[in-house]
Design a binder for this molecule. Structure first.
Ligand code: GCW
Length: 689
């Protein structure tokens, strides 16, 4: 009897409640699992078409035995690598367009959306990842492991089979979301990247990525002619320098005929640049552009410039670049970070957007969470990018959103592009945090279609990444109610939550140290550049808090188009989310809520922390719907996330209270830590001990 019961129990466990298969996250949003037979009729057999065929066979979930036609000749309505979904399959004007169409078709099947008919065109011509990967394999601001491209010089430059497999996996993931370019080395570039030895590896990477429609680009150091070429100068107007760049560029194209171009960080944070020789950014960029033009390459020239000693860092990119508008070659794109300071949790858009009308300008977003909790905090960046892309610059009147000012539709630039600083490394799940994959995904989707909403993107990503395979309609509905809804809600609130517990109401750059993770509004070591220390940004004193960028202050507001300048200049009309970005206000300033500024700040910190605690509950409740491996990984990250949000709240409130001298509103939780202790904590290193 006992044996029978025992057998029944075992039987039950195996048949009735199979343990949810562990998933490592390696497959990203492209998880395998179940395909129906399909016939593919295709126009040719190029590499992209072969990939498209393979994807259909591997993932078809439409009518079993259906025939899918992939055909060229989609007409003028389809632009670039866009495509049209039809009742019988996909049409496009390029092979790559067919591949993109197939990914869309399969995504629709997997997310339960109708197959749909209609045209989809890319918003930006170039949709590029920027890897801040150093040649030694480390990754600047990387939290997902070491570089997938580099591991050192010399013998370590040799390409292995494993490298090729990895790059192909990477290529496929990117192609599936429409990314078509990658800058494979850090903008803080080593001159050696242009050496023959390194170019061999670059060539191998380009060869692997080509079938996926991904072009390779390189970051270069402006002083390369002197450092690598041993010339006496790197002056962009010196003939020897011009000839040196021409030769190196020609060598790159000899190896990689479809090479994309160069990315340059010049005269920024100590990097060399044309100004070292009394030349302008335009003269420097144009010299490189002329070397690239015969080969069809472009220059992406970064506008991330600021000098120590300047009164307001936020004004500098505009001040330096606006006078150069119209002076750049058509194959130069000025690459501008979304905000005027530096990828802070929230910034207003950089005023160069919409203002530079005679120059191609491309947004640079940061996918890696340098200032948003590294790979520890769960922060979905879709809402931030949505807010940014939809911001109205008024550059050509109302409706001149950042998206339209950069995609070529408003100012008709020859090239359009968007870049995202990658969060990818050798970690098994690529990004360190399972939910950080959603940010890679969201970047690709928005680069293709900047009208997508972050809710739609989160929904899609969750379905692709977490939906259990198969299941009947009722099971699926249950999954949608109990997993999808709550987790999507958590994702959509996560960015605002992070702003609240880190830097609410327009506060920015109050991190301790150079790791940009933990709080440090007090941080100001002797001798450090003031614009690298938080007190420069928050300006807290007995009289109040915030950076005065009004007309009476640094006047950064005047860099925005008329209606916005007026809006931002007045604390009564300035959106509260940017209040302390633009204004220095007394602690008892009356907020829209009726609270004083101090009370409002305190409430925001509390609200942010409360949200993260709520996220822990949301996640614990969905345990039955997630495989054990990913469940545990996210649960443990949330625990640290919560602990550190508490540290943020306590540290900032106790520190600012020294100036406000006002009580923390009595209905809020009291701090649970001492400021003195908090000032000694070194996050995130605490976690690594
Ligand atoms: O955000 C800052 C980072 C630097 C980075 C720099 C840049 C690559 O702290 O690590 O350097 O911006 O964007 O150039």
């Amino acid at each position: 009897m006992r044996a029978i019961i025992g057998a029944l129990i075992v039987f039950n466990m195996v048949i009735m409640a199979p343990p949810v298969r562990g998933e490592s996250g390696r497959e990203l949003w492209l998880r395998a699992g179940g395909a129906d037979p399909v016939h593919v009729v295709a126009a040719g057999d190029s590499a992209a078409i072969e990939l498209a065929r393979g994807e259909l066979r591997r993932g078809w979930r439409g009518k079993a035995g259906a025939t899918v036609t992939l055909a060229l000749g989609a007409g003028a309505e389809v632009r670039g690598d866009g495509y049209r979904l039809t009742a019988s399959g996909v049409t496009a004007n390029t092979d790559l367009g067919l591949l993109y169409g197939v990914y869309d078709l399969l995504r629709r099947q997997r997310t339960g959306r109708p197959a749909g008919e209609g045209v989809s065109n890319p918003a930006y011509e170039r949709r590029i990842l920027n890897h801040w990967d150093n040649l030694d394999g480390s990754v600047e601001r990387g939290y997902g492991g070491r570089s997938i491209f580099w591991r050192g010089g010399g013998a370590a430059l040799a390409v292995t089979e494993r490298d090729r497999e990895l790059w192909a996996e990477y290529g496929r993931a990117n192609a599936s979301i429409g990314i078509n370019g990658t800058v494979i080395n850090n903008v803080n570039a080593a001159p050696e990247v242009l050496s023959d030895a390194c170019l061999g590896r670059v060539q191998a990477i380009a060869d692997v990525l080509r079938p996926y429609g991904i072009r390779v680009y390189l970051s270069v150091k402006f002083s390369s002619p002197a450092q690598l070429g041993k010339l006496p100068t790197s002056d962009p107007l010196d003939e020897r320098v011009v000839a040196w760049w021409r030769e190196r560029v020609a060598e790159v194209y000899r190896r990689i005929p479809d090479f994309g171009g160069l990315l340059v960080k010049a005269n920024s944070e100590g990097q060399p640049g044309p100004q070292d020789f009394g030349r302008t950014h335009a003269e420097g960029a144009n010299m490189l552009a002329d070397a690239l033009a015969p080969h069809g390459g472009i220059v992406m020239w970064r506008a991330f410039v600021y000098n120590p000693g300047d009164r307001d860092r936020a004004r500098q990119a505009y001040a330096e670049f606006m006078p150069l508008d119209g002076r750049f070659r058509p194959n130069v794109i000025v690459q501008v970070k979304n905000g005027p300071v530096d990828f802070q949790p929230r910034e207003p858009f950089n005023p160069l957007f919409g203002a530079m009308k005679k120059t191609a300008v491309m947004p640079e977003l940061q996918i890696t969470q340098e200032y948003l909790g590294h790979s520890i905090h769960l922060v979905f960046l879709g809402p931030m990018w949505e807010e940014f892309l939809r911001s109205d610059t008024y550059g050509a009147g109302p409706g001149s959103t950042v998206a339209r000012a950069t995609d070529g539709s408003l100012f008709g630039q020859e090239h359009s592009a968007i870049a995202g600083v990658a969060n990818i490394g050798l970690d098994h799940n690529w990004c360190g945090h399972h939910f950080a994959q959603a940010n890679w995904y969201a970047f690709g989707r928005l680069a293709w279609d900047h009208t997508l909403g972050s809710r739609e993107i989160a929904d899609e990503w969750l379905r692709l990444t977490f939906a259990p395979p198969g299941g009947n309609r009722a099971k699926r509905a249950q999954w949608e109610d109990e997993f999808l809804g709550p987790v999507r809600g958590m994702m959509l609130r996560s960015w605002e939550a992070a702003i609240d517990y880190m830097m609410p109401l327009g506060l920015h750059h109050i991190f301790a140290g150079v790791h940009h993770y933990g709080p440090g509004p007090w941080y100001a070591p002797e001798g450090m550049r003031p614009d690298w220390t938080p007190p420069y940004y928050h300006q807290a004193d007995a009289g109040g808090i915030g950076f005065d960028r009004t007309r009476r202050g640094s006047d950064a507001v005047s860099q925005y188009a008329g209606p916005l300048a007026a809006l931002f200049d007045d604390p009564e009309t300035c959106p509260e989310m940017y209040l302390l970005w633009f204004h220095h206000l007394p602690w008892n300033h009356k907020m829209k809520s009726g609270r004083t500024l101090w009370d409002e700040i305190a409430c925001r910190y509390q609200r942010g922390l409360d949200q993260v605690r709520e996220f822990q509950k949301v996640w614990d409740r969905v345990e039955p719907y997630v495989d054990a491996e990913r469940f545990a990984a996210v649960q443990s990250k949330l625990r640290r996330h919560c602990r550190d949000a508490q540290i943020w709240k306590d540290a900032c409130l106790l520190y600012f209270q020294q100036f406000s001298r006002m009580p923390i509103p009595y209905e809020l939780e009291r701090p649970v830590q001492d400021l003195e202790e908090l000032m000694k904590i070194e996050l995130p290193w605490l976690h690594h001990n």
